[in-house]
Design a protein around this ligand. Structure first.
Ligand code: SF4
Ligand code: SF4
Length: 432
């Protein structure tokens, strides 16, 4: 049985008006090599494609809010005039009572006053790519000359603060920042003063195409163990100080899942297929991570967008995520949130030698088991119509009780942390 109804009420297309063209040369980027897919192209979305896309996209959605997602490459390289035309077309084709939302992902280096004013005037929600404090960000996020970019990104961020542009942070987790979760998180909270952060793991296949092929990953990638420890490190800081006023996407997703709801983030959904990507010329692909010839559905200028979205090819792509799940995932206690993770990262074999285990599996498991108790506490608060933020008081009280127990424990007592080891061989080691 097909997982999705033939015509979904809503779907999302990540739109790339400038294709893979970017003013930066980030070392882990999977999208820059896609330039080779369109030899001779000017990589600029034409007016004709923009208008047809806008019309079809709005017509296809059966929901009161339609979200346009602009990405790249670097979408600001299209210039403000392009986005002004986009907004004109959105208004032209907007159905009565439907709200249009624009989101845009940028490296932030080209944001000036004019852009900041434009974003503010048109209520854009901007995602800013920033990988933490200067040294960690500049390790990989460099321009075409190999020069660091952190200062330019921070200037763009300050302008967005000044002009009250709604924005959030997309921080990738990679070899250069993965061992510094608390420093990275505190930078965002205390210096950049952000309210919403996504932490996205870098798992970059080692190939020249940027396609999902080959089983080796590049050195910039985070390891599963590092990713698990990173999320745990951030969570431990967040759950003691920031619940309810700083939002970390994967924690929100976890709370939804622990509450019995759908995770709501494609990587943790049981199936794929409703988050597509469109290149500058109208070519529609199964997903942003599968912009490669085998996953091309067709061009919206030749075939109606809805036919492509509901095609058997795309439905098969969506179902494959569930159908290829290894037994280890089917039996896993965390399947309710994880669902095997994104297929692009399923490059390991299970303990039974079966394919399709997620590269990040051991990190996910460590993280999910670490947050189980606090998540249950928060769910309990929600069920009783109380604020999940109450978890902070409970955990801080527990910390305090533990500190007192450490202070009075004798060398040969069982360690108060519950490890089962003697105090002298556990938390009391430095004392003795
Ligand atoms: S392939 Fe990965 S990124 Fe794409 S829709 Fe599926 S889970 Fe999401
Ligand atoms: S934690 Fe690992 S075994 Fe469990 S569902 Fe996720 S990828 Fe599969």
């Amino acid at each position: 049985m097909a997982e999705h109804p033939p015509v979904p009420r809503a779907f999302h297309i990540m739109t790339k008006p400038r294709g893979p063209i970017c003013n930066l040369n980030c070392a882990y980027c999977y999208y820059l090599p896609k330039e080779k897919m369109y030899p001779g192209s000017d990589f600029r979305m034409s007016d004709e494609v923009l208008e047809s896309f806008t019309k079809q996209y709005i017509e296809s959605q059966q929901v009161p809010e339609v979200t346009f997602g602009w990405q790249g490459g670097e979408p600001l390289l299209m210039g403000i005039e392009f986005f002004e035309r986009a907004i004109d077309y959105q208004e032209k084709y907007r159905k009565p009572g439907v709200r249009i939302i624009n989101t845009l992902q940028t490296n932030g280096t080209l944001i000036d006053e004019a852009w900041a004013k434009f974003f503010h005037a048109h209520n854009f929600l901007v995602g800013l790519s920033l990988d933490g404090p200067q040294a960690m960000h500049d390790a990989y996020r460099v321009d075409k000359a190999g020069k660091p970019t952190w200062e330019r990104v921070m200037r763009g961020k300050r302008l967005m603060d000044e002009y009250e542009v709604e924005h959030n942070i997309l921080c990738t987790v990679h070899a250069a920042n993965a061992d510094h979760p608390v420093e990275t998180y505190r930078f965002f909270r205390d210096e950049a003063k952000v309210e919403f952060i996504q932490f996205i793991p870098i798992v970059r296949r080692d190939n020249e195409t940027g396609y999902q092929e080959g089983l080796a990953v590049r050195d910039q990638s985070v390891t599963a163990e590092q990713y698990g420890k990173f999320l745990i490190g951030v969570f431990d800081e967040w759950v003691r100080h920031d619940v309810g006023h700083l939002f970390v996407q994967i924690f929100d997703v976890a709370l939804a899942a622990w509450s019995g709801q759908r995770p709501g983030l494609c990587v943790f959904e049981p199936t794929c297929g409703l988050g597509l990507a469109m290149e500058h010329n109208g070519d529609l692909y199964a997903c942003d991570h599968y912009v490669e010839p085998n996953y091309l559905l067709g061009n919206i200028m030749d075939t109606p967008m809805l036919d492509l979205v509901t095609s058997e090819q795309q439905q098969a792509f969506g179902r494959a995520k569930m159908e290829t799940l290894p037994q280890q995932c089917i039996d896993c206690e965390f399947r309710f949130i994880c669902n095997g993770g994104c297929p692009k990262n399923r490059i390991l074999v299970t303990s039974e030698g079966k394919p399709n285990l997620n590269y990040l599996c051991s990190g996910y498991k460590a993280f999910f088991s670490h947050i189980d108790r606090p998540m249950r506490m928060m769910v309990n608060e929600l069920r009783h119509h109380r604020a999940p933020a109450n978890v902070m008081r409970a955990i801080n009280e527990k910390d305090l009780a533990l500190e007192r127990a450490f202070a009075t424990a004798r060398r040969n007592d069982p360690c108060p942390c519950g490890s089962g080891r003697k105090f002298k061989n556990c938390h009391g080691r430095h004392k003795t």
